[in-house]
Design a protein. Structure first.
Length: 264
């Protein structure tokens, strides 16, 4: 992937940037057990967006390697009426240490068009290794996976940064370590399919994949409140463009105080 489900999966930079030390051992202040957020995925070729798919992210508590962990599940699928164009059935899971928001285990089971892949990664924080079916790989401290990086990013204190500043971190995917960053762009008011919000805006780097182009072409808006939930994601793709809007939420840790007005 590096595509439909998580467009939010801010991937792929060749820049020699290492994860910022201030985020090693970051504590969770943005989400809690029971949270569930759903999205509609809109696709456009000629400027007219159609509802082409859905995505959902949920949080529960579990035990992993004798540690208490957040069990994050992200699921994405294309609507059946658009399966003939490009069928997507994706499921991502990440077990994240509640003490420091470091991933303990990552599972990826995806079907995207004719491409299918299953990936199972176990992270060892003490030895700084990632164990996959292909072997044992050395990883830096504070490593993230595709899904954990999103929840990690929700805990960034954006007030520390100025527009155009880059916030670095490292990610392990497909047996490789990527040194990545998020470019903070400031704050603005945005109107989505759900409502009007005060938002924090940034650009993640993307991996060039089956659908997305690489580079800083995706834009993400998260709620300008302590939840920092993704509200809208926009990106060009190989053919056309996609727009992902938050459409439903349950059990947020804080009131969604960034919302100015409701559309429905």
């Amino acid at each position: 992937m590096k595509k439909f489900l998580l467009m939010a999966s801010w991937l792929f930079a060749f820049q020699p940037i290492s994860a910022g030390d201030e985020f090693c051992g970051i504590r969770n202040r943005a989400f809690e057990e029971g949270e569930s957020i759903s999205y509609n995925v809109f696709y456009s070729v000629i400027g007219l967006y159609v509802n082409a798919g859905t995505a959902n992210f949920s949080v529960s508590l579990n035990r992993m390697n004798n540690r208490t962990a957040y069990h994050i599940v992200g699921k994405g699928s294309s609507n059946p009426s658009y399966d003939w164009i490009f069928k997507v059935r994706d499921r991502y899971e990440s077990y994240i240490d509640t003490a420091n928001l470091q991933p303990l285990k990552f599972i990826r089971n995806i079907e995207e068009g004719d491409f299918k892949k299953f990936e199972n990664i176990t992270f060892n924080q003490e030895n700084n290794t990632a164990v996959t079916t292909d072997g044992v790989f050395k990883v830096p401290g504070c490593i993230q996976d595709v899904l954990s990086s999103i929840y990690y990013a929700r805990n960034i204190d954006f007030s520390k940064y100025k527009p155009e500043e880059k916030i670095p971190f490292s990610m392990f995917l497909d047996n490789e370590v990527y040194n990545l960053y998020i470019k903070y762009l400031g704050k603005e008011t945005i109107k989505t399919k759900y409502g009007k919000f005060r938002a924090i805006k940034f650009k993640p780097l993307l991996v060039k994949g089956t659908l997305f182009e690489g580079g800083e072409k995706m834009t993400v808006w998260v709620s300008d409140d302590p939840n920092h939930i993704p509200l809208r994601i926009e990106s060009p793709i190989v053919v056309g463009s996609v727009k992902v809007d938050m459409m439903q939420y349950r059990n947020l840790r804080y009131p969604l105080s960034s919302m100015i007005s409701f559309n429905r």
